[in-house]
Design a protein around this ligand. Sequence first.
Ligand code: SF4
Ligand code: SF4
Length: 112
Amino acid sequence: MATIITEECINCGVCEPECPNEAIDDGTKGGVDIYWIDADLCTECVGFHGEEACQEVCPVDCCIPDVDKKETEEELLEKAVKIHADQDFPALEELTNETSLFRNPERKNADL
Ligand code: SF4
Ligand code: SF4
């Protein structure tokens, strides 16, 4: 699942610099008046963090999984590898609770 930003967004901008994939912008790219996530670039932070970095910093908890865009851990890791062709990532079986939300039951959106 890519992450989406809901209408509760207060346009604080705190999430934008936290995204490892530069998937978030102020809405200009998405044609909306709140912050927006490019689903093609969102990897749910797999390979980088054990939770959605945007949701971790969002003061109103409005970065949530898009249930209409379900992706597996393997697909998200492959996406990260493609986006960051110059970087090394752990193999799928080497991901941990610190590098994949799939392995982190403590994350904010674990119940979604
Ligand atoms: S979940 Fe991670 S990759 Fe997706 S938009 Fe948020 S910070 Fe970026
Ligand atoms: S941190 Fe939350 S409220 Fe602030 S811009 Fe990002 S999505 Fe909107």
